[in-house]
Ligand binder design. Structure first.
Ligand SMILES: Cc1cc2nc3c(=O)[nH]c(=O)nc-3n(C[C@H](O)[C@H](O)[C@H](O)COP(=O)(O)OP(=O)(O)OC[C@H]3O[C@@H](n4cnc5c(N)ncnc54)[C@H](O)[C@@H]3O)c2cc1C
Ligand code: SF4
Length: 509
């Protein structure tokens, strides 16, 4: 009789997968908490706790439904802490005659599992995770022979393919994209809502991590761990998003504020990336809710949200599989600097950065504009090596898994890919941060000043970035205007000197 071992990785918690449609006594599901995974980068403690707790919940659920589970906690003496070694050993000692796994979303695990399969001496097979809306290779096929992979083109294809916000062949509301309506700054704090949290005790896991000597960053309150760690909780967060947050999502999508860490963002990325919920059900639930409440919720709010999931999330995955492993080496501007130490402590006088970093350390979360236009913007202007930047983003956020982290960080945020993901670098001076948020009014630096004592570092660094990379950027039609302005400025040398000073004193900013 066939005896099958099926592997489930920590980000493969899809209870709707066809694997679970029937109980098969000849199948054993393997789930592993491993040092291999806790140690490949220094993770935020909430990220490790979030994954282990969700995995344990998932395993318990499967067991209750009658499936056979082999689950090894991190501190189990039988745990070899290495995926290949554990699978090889189990196949040998338990007499499995077949090995199956779901396609991993990370290149390193994909390679490891292929190699592992080859060593087992039994048939093995990889199956789809049944999570994403596109196959690994879809984006590459769509853009076959094209130099640039435009997200907007991909997004429209997806809207049509899945009939989301469509009115026959046309987009609902008469246009595909309401980006123009997504840029409001938040002036009225009474609009803000508390997040839907699911506080739980996680002492048993934090203690296990400490005893095992796992090195983590960030803070945690083990009596109130607030992230959703089951499908039911994830669905509640989704429902709360529809009822309370969607109404303002699009308008304040690009807002920055010191009043609240989440604004109107959904907090669904961890639930999605661990696959506890699926992108299609999120998009369809939100669309259906909007359809029933069109008198209260505008199309720009819902389209802004759909674009993130149906567009950006699937697009980034496509880019990852089209461009890995080379993508992880790209460094278009040949940046070499180290990340200042205050990225790990939040102790900088720059208020926008201190706030975004401290929040990331406390919550393992920052919303998109904090990641892109505050921390990412600074790292790019300061010429930090993309490896350093990647390591930070991959570690600190609860939703950080390489396929979506590296494409956003090295691609969208650092332009280290030279323009595969974005058509121009996302950089700004203090002007943008001041316009979109309220951090400048209580900052040690002055947003209006370009040079001299107290001048905001974003200003001189912005011009320094453009001046030093002129050859690589000037021909870009979306940037030409910046150089025309620069050439007309009278105090160019003073600005460059100011930036040089700041670059030489990054640790003290
Ligand atoms: C430098 C940088 C690094 C990032 N690293 C990650 C990461 O490691 N993991 C991750 O999931 N997202 C990452 N993002 C994208 C985005 O910032 C997060 O998905 C989002 O902040 C998660 O919060 P939310 O669930 O409240 O999102 P919402 O604002 O409510 O958006 C809804 C959902 O849309 C999806 N989404 C939104 N923007 C993107 C995007 N650019 N790419 C892919 N999916 C998107 C997410 O699944 C998100 O949950 C990164 C962005 C930047 C600029
Ligand atoms: S003045 Fe500059 S450093 Fe301070 S909050 Fe504004 S943009 Fe950030």
């Amino acid at each position: 009789m066939t005896k099958t071992l099926r592997l489930l990785l920590g980000d493969q918690l899809n209870s709707q997968h066809s694997w679970f449609a029937v109980n098969n006594p000849s199948v054993t599901y393997l789930m592993l908490e491993m040092r291999q995974e806790t140690d490949y980068v220094t993770h935020h403690i909430q990220k490790v706790v979030g994954f282990f707790l969700s995995m344990r919940h998932f395993a318990k659920d499967l067991q209750e439904k009658g499936h056979q589970i082999h689950y090894l906690t991190l501190d189990d003496p039988k745990n070899l802490q290495d995926l290949s070694a554990q699978v090889q050993q189990l196949v040998k000692t338990e007499g499995f005659t077949r090995f199956e796994y779901q396609f991993p979303d990370e290149y390193r695990l994909d390679q490891q599992l292929k190699e592992c399969g080859e060593t087992l001496g039994i048939p093995y097979e990889a199956v789809d995770t049944e999570h994403f809306l596109t196959s690994r290779g879809y984006l590459q096929q769509l853009f076959e022979g094209k130099k640039t992979y435009l997200m907007e083109t991909f997004y429209r294809e997806m809207r049509k393919k899945y009939a989301v916000l469509m009115d026959g062949k046309d987009p609902v509301g008469g246009q595909w994209n309401f980006d123009e309506d997504n840029r409001k700054a938040l002036k009225d704090r009474t609009l803000l809502k508390k997040p839907r949290v699911h506080p739980k005790q996680v002492n048993h896991i934090t203690q296990m991590l400490e005893t095992s000597g796992v090195n983590c960053i960030g803070n945690i309150d083990p009596a109130h761990f607030n992230w959703p760690t089951s499908r039911e909780e994830s669905l509640e967060v989704l429902q709360y998003f529809c009822e309370e947050l969607l109404v303002h999502f699009g308008a304040y999508q690009d807002a920055l504020t010191t009043w609240d860490p989440y604004l109107f963002h959904s907090r669904l990325s961890f639930s999605l990336n661990s696959k506890m919920i699926s992108p299609l059900e999120v998009v369809q639930t939100v669309e259906a809710y909007w359809a029933r409440h069109q008198d209260q919720i505008g199309i720009a709010q819902v389209e802004g949200f759909v674009r993130q999931i149906l567009g950006w999330r699937e697009y980034m995955r496509g880019i990852y599989w089209a461009k890995m492993p080379e993508f992880a080496q790209l460094n278009y501007f040949r940046h070499e600097r180290k990340l200042p130490n205050w990225f790990w402590t939040g102790k900088t006088k720059m208020n926008c950065l201190s706030q975004s970093i401290q929040q990331s350390l406390d919550l393992a979360y920052a919303h998109h504009i904090q990641r892109l236009m505050v921390t990412g913007n600074f790292a790019l202007l300061a010429g930090i090596h993309p490896d350093e930047v990647d390591r930070w983003y991959l570690g600190i956020y609860i939703d950080a898994i390489e396929w979506v982290e590296i494409t956003n960080t090295r691609g969208m945020s650092q332009f280290a890919d030279g323009g595969i993901v974005g058509t121009k670098p996302y950089v700004s001076s203090a002007n943008y941060i001041k316009k979109q948020g309220n951090s400048c009014s209580s900052c040690a630096y002055q947003a209006e000043k370009k040079t001299g004592e107290g001048s905001c570092p974003f200003n001189s660094l912005y011009w320094h970035f453009h001046a030093r990379n002129r050859e690589m950027l000037e021909k870009n039609p979306r940037i030409g205007m910046v150089y025309r302005t620069w050439d007309k400025m009278g105090n160019r040398q003073e600005i460059l000197d100011q930036a040089d000073y700041y670059l030489a004193h990054l640790e003290e900013l």
